[in-house]
Write a protein that binds this ligand. Sequence first.
Ligand code: EPU
Length: 417
Amino acid sequence: MDKFIITGGTALQGEIPTSGSKNSALPALAAALLTDEPVTLHRVPHVRDIRTMQRLLVDIGSKVEVDHSAVRLHTPAIVCPEAPYELVKTMRASSLVLGPLVARCGRARVSLPGGCAIGARPINFHIFGLERLGARINQAHGYIEAEAPEGLQGATVHFDRITVTGTEDLMMAAVLARGETMLRNAAREPEVKDLADLLVKMGAKIEGAGTSNIRIQGVERLHGAEHTIIPDRIEAGTFLIAGAITGGDLTITECNPEHIGALVSKVQQAGAEVTQPDTATLRVRGGGLRSVDMTTEEYPGFATDLQAHYMALMTQADGIAIILETIFENRFMHAQELARMGAKIRLDGKQAIVAGPSLLTGAGVIASDLRASASLVLAALAARGETVIDRVYHIDRGYEKIETKLARAGAKIRRVE
Ligand code: EPU
């Protein structure tokens, strides 16, 4: 198992480019199942979750060709409409094939995801939505079996709670359903909009993606298309905090600043200087930081996927910051590891109370999930001495060459086996 060894204390300087979005590329890859013509995606990041999704698609019947960051997918026929437990347990986003499979071939068998490091994360809203579109659902032996032999029928689906992949899954199911589907209380995340943009290029009729109400007019078939994935807003946000926490002067290029407006505003309130030299670039200059409270929310609010990173930043800010996590019930695993490095954090249900600034010192810590591990990297960059982060395979699920990118900006970080 790989580890990162990080020696902290260097202010990051220079430029770091952003990769394509993992959470946009995952549904886009699944969308390729909706047509028997080739779909080419550009700017697909080289991360482990993407490789897992590609493996799943190959088992289902897709031919997958990878050329640098371009991926060409071609699915002449669905050979096996199934997402097995072995893959779903390593990546919950595998359930994104449910909607496309039922839409394309009238049946799917997808493993239930089971427990997760950050919360319960059931897929009941995906199932409810498919039932609304006329699919028969049976649950047995840890699997969901969905059937719609006569095809799906458009309907109104009102999500009880905003769900990102649930919205994406249902959108992919509805594009080939007969008649009109309305998705209400839909997720407004940029990744949902990006998926809709790809589906429209494939011939789908979708209005309102990016808002809470998405209207989909079903079509008989979709065709091939070519699409470039949006920049990864969580990766860009990670580098923004890296610049602020190290008191550096860092320019993040090839990103979409609009997608991390909530984070930029918090980092500015905390005292760092953030400017936008052009539409795809952010520059952050760190300085004396002060504590600012934060609550995670659905987009356009502060992303839960950046909560751990923000907690690391607040350990270096003057005062008390209250961080409220509203999306997942168990997403504070990083707090104990940060405490091992000297952070003063008290957990109280959905709240973390961070007192700063504390002197962080290098220590041995363990990565528990993708975003939690990134917060440990950030804390290590600000800490005195050497930090060893174990189980960095969690980071490899969603960050493309993070150590190379950070090292280019002066970070003392290396990977050891
Ligand atoms: N929920 C349900 N039932 C459902 C679906 C969701 O109760 O059927 C609950 C979840 O348990 C959670 C809340 O609703 O409490 C929101 O979950 P959501 O469905 O929006 O999460 P997701 O679609 O499974 C995506 C991202 C996550 C990100 C969340 C929230 C992908 C592949 N994953 O997950 O990203 O944290 O939205 O923004 O898009 C990550 O990249 O590290 C990551 C975890």
